[in-house]
Write a protein that binds this ligand. Structure first.
Ligand code: HEM
Ligand code: HEM
Length: 193
């Protein structure tokens, strides 16, 4: 057994939750952007002979976005749970992973990309909750603003990691590591196929 069942379950739940979180961000900046939608609201109302203030159009656009963004927080709680789950795996899981020193340069690079990812996930969880609980934590506005800038900057790591990771495991599975993707599904070591 290369990956234990509890490790595989963690991997796929984590993949779903992170793709979901990134999805909410893409919607916030894309189809549900208040900038674009407030313009649409103003132009359409104007065509209908109704003039409204820019601030009102922005308020409507943000109200349309709000129920979607609730999912960022819901998935945020799920991510916090997955961080605790992964820490527990670190201490108790019996998945068989190669020793870092025994790996070739490419595999070392892959491992390093996972270590950075773990640090990034922990940072996103802490900074996300710090913003969400800014009142309870009595954080100054300037502090929240800096946290938000960092949260948004670090977000870019996912935009690099996710396509590279998915393309990487597909290419490795086709070339020399046949069955790599199914080991993350069925847990068997590759030589038992
Ligand atoms: C949806 C398509 C995905 C597929 C097919 C996939 C597949 C895999 C496979 C085969 C491995 C083992 C690779 C190895 O041994 O180096 C792996 C590891 C890993 N994947 Fe994914 N993955 C997917 C999505 C994701 C996403 C979205 C994330 C999070 C952003 C993620 C996070 C990880 C992490 C952290 C590991 C390393 C686990 C460890 O050894 O500590 N994966 N994935
Ligand atoms: C994979 C993890 C995460 C990613 C990729 C992510 C990404 C982002 C991005 C890019 C923004 C800025 C959006 C914008 O202003 O255009 C943001 C804002 C925010 N995120 Fe996250 N986030 C993650 C985890 C979390 C978690 C765990 C929480 C905790 C509940 C959280 C709470 C928030 C809050 C409160 C905001 C500010 C929203 C606002 O100013 O209205 N995030 N996130």
């Amino acid at each position: 057994m290369k990956y234990t069942a509890i490790f595989r379950v963690w991997h796929w739940l984590n993949a779903i939750v992170i793709l979901g979180l990134v999805g909410t961000v893409l919607l916030r900046k894309g189809f549900l952007s208040w900038r674009t939608n407030s313009e649409i609201i103003m132009t359409k109302l104007s065509d209908m002979g109704v003039e409204i203030f820019k601030e009102d159009a922005v308020a409507i656009a943000k109200a349309i976005r709000a129920p979607m963004w609730e999912w960022h927080i819901i998935l945020g709680y799920a991510l916090a749970f997955l961080v605790v789950y992964r820490i527990a795996l670190f201490f108790f899981d019996k998945s068989q992973k190669e020793d870092f020193a025994s790996l070739d340069l490419h595999k070392k690079g892959v491992k390093v990309s996972y270590y950075i990812l773990y640090a990034v996930i922990i940072f996103m969880t802490i900074s996300g909750f710090a913003m969400y609980l800014k009142e309870e934590l009595a954080l100054a506005d300037a502090t929240v603003k800096s946290i938000k800038e960092l949260h948004e900057l670090v977000y870019n790591y996912f935009l690099i990691f996710i396509p590279l990771h998915i393309a990487g495991v597909v290419v490795a599975d086709i070339r020399e590591e046949h069955g790599l993707i199914s080991t993350m599904i069925n847990g068997r070591t590759k030589d038992k196929f």
